[in-house]
Write a protein that binds this ligand. Structure first.
Ligand SMILES: [Zn+2]
Length: 148
């Protein structure tokens, strides 16, 4: 079951399993169960501990995720933040999560519950509805378009 991975540098990260990774286009269907490959070290990930990084639109194994979160600074310029939020919200909606990311009036990234009306003033600049956004295939085309 997808859940937020809290990390010291506050990268937007979701822990997913292979079934969810496959739904997002990161898993590799195999007879007898899907597998997922870490986008950093190319090892097969643990079935229930795959880290999706919204800022990279990539998945990592636990070891690489920890190394990344300990060493890589979080880009917080406006373009980077909106790119990260867009990917996070697409994946969160696709996985039926209640969390969404947005920015506070001061421009800080916040995670909120879509069912919590206290956060109606949060400025979410991208669609949070996966059905009205991009299909999984289009989403990966976007990744290529951005030169990643
Ligand atoms: Zn790895």
């Amino acid at each position: 079951m997808a859940k937020i991975y809290n990390n010291p540098k506050e990268h937007l990260v979701i822990i997913i399993n292979t079934e969810e990774a496959t739904k997002l286009g990161f898993g590799i269907p195999q007879f007898g169960g899907n597998i997922c490959i870490c986008g950093t070290c190319n090892s097969i990930t643990d079935d229930n501990e795959i880290y999706y990084f919204a800022s990279l639109n990539e998945v990592m194994c636990a070891k690489c995720a920890q190394t990344y979160c300990n060493n890589i600074n979080h880009y917080l310029d406006s373009n980077s933040v909106q790119y990260e939020i867009r990917h996070f919200n697409h994946v969160a909606a696709a996985l039926n999560m209640k969390e969404r990311a947005g920015t506070s009036p001061g421009g800080k990234i916040v995670i909120y519950n879509v069912e919590d009306t206290r956060y109606e003033n949060i400025d979410v600049k991208e669609s949070t509805d996966a059905d009205n956004y991009l299909s999984s295939t289009e989403f990966h085309d976007l990744k290529c378009y951005n030169g990643e």
